[in-house]
Design a binder for this molecule. Structure first.
Ligand code: GDP
Ligand code: MG
Length: 439
């Protein structure tokens, strides 16, 4: 995938004490190929590479002690810029309700995302109204109603005999009467863009005057997704994009191109079928994810909302200072397990993506139990100073945990790897975090 290819390129650079212009050119050739292969728009790639090169060949890289890191940093920043720079918030109507209209091809995830968005808004104490505006797809109304019931958000529907434009009009009325401060309009999609669909969307737009027109885009479709975005944008004034199915095997192309092509920011990212699997899109986090640095920031934020804030802060500090011990590991594991499916969580940890890619390691609960057993069989001293773990200690731990020496060795190796990644990550982030040290 894109991440592993980029990691290879940067790995080569990192191995060098000094980086020449040729090295940078060579690396950029490889980055370019990796991006094209990941289905990033051709023009976007061209501009991107030009920008990175310009900065990389300048003073900063050549003079640096860690040129490879500087290049990664530049790529990271330019990628972040490419995806919009900063997080782009939902617009808000000066006079409620704020109207959000969903658009996109069939199967992109409009209905699901409508439900998820209602959920997010509800969580921050808003009173959304969902509007069943897809009268064509069999069961589309029912689908939205089920979602609404699940989260106790009202769904406005007039069945499938009234036109979506009329439904939208009456929904606005209802929202005003019932004091809903957000109206989320689910609309129909087609397999391809067509005239009749666009006409209908334009009319819904006309009667509801939405504050947001969000194009829902399936990230798995890569370049096609971006073309779709462009045609929608030409017809209907989009205000933002929601990328869905980022939990799947996306190549990263859509995320990296859609902002540049449409000029509209990605506002949300959906990473799963569950109702809670929608998050505000953070360009910087996506960039570091693509670069394989792990989405540590997301994890920390999630941790802070889900678990003990003090613990989360301590965890962050330790990660930054690479003071992470097996004890922390165990502790973190316990905390993390409260957060949700391990696969998702592991993806966010630096180095973990790589570990998961190793064939013999699958993130399943049983495996994690064994890992826990191993760590629990260590002495306090060993947990704090993994370098103490010589052969005889490993043997004792394997026996104590009912595992094998091979397993113990593997875990220690992974742990070392993780610590290395964290160290790398924290040196990139600088002592004061992203704003402090990264220049
Ligand atoms: P619509 O036709 O645009 O309304 O698309 P739907 O909301 O009906 O979604 C189509 C399919 O994609 C459904 O099976 C959803 O569960 C699935 N889906 C939507 N968003 C996501 C996502 O973020 N991740 C995954 N894995 N599946 C998703
Ligand atoms: Mg739908």
């Amino acid at each position: 995938g894109l991440t592993s290819r980029l990691q290879n390129v940067f790995g080569k650079l990192r191995g060098k004490g000094k980086v020449s212009e040729d090295d940078v050119n060579e690396a950029m050739r490889e980055v370019r190929l990796a991006l094209l292969e990941a289905d990033v728009n051709f023009k976007v790639v061209k501009d991107f590479i030009a920008k990175v090169k310009e900065r990389a060949i300048g003073q900063e890289v050549m003079k640096s002690f860690t040129p490879g890191m500087v290049v990664v940093d530049i790529v990271n920043k330019e990628m972040t810029e490419l995806m919009g720079g900063t997080q782009s918030k939902l617009a808000k109507a000066s006079k409620p309700p704020t109207v959000i209209m969903m658009a996109g091809l069939q199967g992109a995830g409009k209905t699901t995302t409508s439900g998820k968005l209602a959920r997010l808004l509800q969580k921050s104490n808003h009173k959304p109204l969902l509007v069943a505006g897809d009268i064509y797809r069999p069961a589309a109304i029912k689908q939205l109603q089920v979602l609404g019931e699940q989260i106790k958000v009202p769904v406005f529907s007039l069945g499938d005999k009234t036109s979506p434009v009329e439904i939208a009009r009456q929904a606005m009325q209802q929202a005003k009467e019932n004091g809903n401060d957000y109206v989320i309009i689910d609309t129909a999609g087609r397999l391809h863009i067509d005239e009749a669909l666009m006409e209908e969307l334009k009319q819904i737009h006309e009667v509801t005057k939405p504050d947001e027109v969000l194009l829902v885009v399936d990230a798995m479709t890569g370049q096609d997704a971006v073309n779709v975005a462009q045609s929608f944008h030409e017809q209907l004034e989009l205000t933002g994009v929601v990328l869905t199915k980022l939990d799947g095997d996306t190549r990263g192309g859509a995320a990296l191109s859609v902002k540049a092509v449409t000029g509209r920011p990605i506002k949300f990212a959906a990473m799963g079928e569950k109702i809670d699997a929608l998050e505000p899109f953070h360009p910087d986090r996506m960039a570091s994810r693509i670069l394989g640095m792990g989405d540590m920031l997301s994890l920390i934020e999630k941790a802070q909302s889900g678990i003990d804030a003090d613990k989360a802060a301590e965890m962050e500090r330790k990660m930054r200072n690479a003071e992470f011990t097996f004890e922390d590991f165990l502790d973190q594991m316990a905390q993390v397990r409260k957060l949700g499916p391990l696969d998702q969580i592991f993806d966010m940890l630096p180095g973990m993506g790589k570990m998961k890619g190793m064939k013999d390691i699958k993130v399943d609960e049983k495996q994690v139990n064994r890992v826990e057993a191993i760590v629990r069989s260590m002495t306090i001293e060993e947990k704090q100073k993994p370098e103490l773990l010589n052969h005889s200690r490993r043997k004792r731990i394997a026996a104590g945990s009912g595992t094998s020496i091979a397993e113990v060795n593997r875990l220690i190796k992974q742990f070392d790897e993780m610590r290395k990644m964290m160290k790398q990550f924290s040196s990139m982030m600088g002592p004061k975090g992203p704003k402090g040290g990264m220049k």
